[in-house]
Design a protein. Structure first.
Length: 216
């Protein structure tokens, strides 16, 4: 079966994008330019009526939502070690993946897209301001885990959690969080980005890892 991944540069779709490159399997990458509204075209909405990325097409199967996509790829490509294979390590990895997706990611969304939560300008400003320290707290939790990485979050092989850590730390720069103030995570992210497969995904998405700009 053929694989096709719809991704948007810098979005959480980077995680399956990087995993597919690490796996070294043939797949068709299809860029969705969110700033141009390509996620709202009729063709894309036919794939995903929610207008979100990522979307994975595996033969006749269309899969949405990053956790479902990563679990599907983990089953499909067991040698890629996207998640730990079994046991407590797998349970802990799934717990961390769910937290990154259902807590850390939405916390950033409050900063980046406050219009999803209010149409009042004063309220949107307050939502953004409130989200930044909450997001920093989330990144500090990841920092504590990265400080114990050996060398990756779940052992000797890079996986999806390392890719998500890269995405979340990178987003922090937009919220005014200097990634170098989280040195363990920053080191993990740089190691991950340097992997040959990941570097291909980074280049295709034209990602800058550190987007932080000092207010001074």
């Amino acid at each position: 079966m053929s694989l096709k991944l719809y991704f948007a540069p810098g979005a959480c779709s980077f995680v399956p994008h990087a995993m597919l490159e690490i796996a070294g399997v043939a797949f068709e990458p299809s860029m969705v330019k969110l700033h141009k509204g390509e996620q709202r075209t009729a063709d894309y909405l036919a794939l995903n009526p929610r207008g979100q990325v990522p979307v994975l097409v595996d033969g006749d199967e269309v899969i949405t939502q990053i956790i479902a996509i990563l679990l599907h790829l983990d089953t499909r490509l067991p040698k890629a070690h996207i998640l730990p294979a079994d046991g407590v390590a797998r349970t802990r990895a799934l717990s961390l993946l769910a937290w990154m997706n259902n807590t850390v990611h939405p916390t950033f969304t409050h900063f980046f897209m406050p219009e999803k939560f209010s149409d009042d300008e004063a309220a949107k400003k307050a939502i953004r301001a409130f989200a930044v320290p909450r997001y920093r707290e989330c990144l500090e939790e990841i920092e504590a885990l990265a400080a114990q990485a050996s060398p990756w979050l779940f052992g000797e092989r890079p996986g999806a959690l390392d890719g998500y850590a890269l995405t979340l730390l990178r987003w922090g720069g937009y919220a005014g969080i200097d990634p170098t103030t989280l040195p363990a995570t920053w080191g993990l992210v740089q190691r991950f980005a340097a992997l040959p497969g990941v570097a291909k995904a980074v280049e295709r998405e034209r990602l800058v890892l550190n987007v932080y700009q000092s207010a001074g």
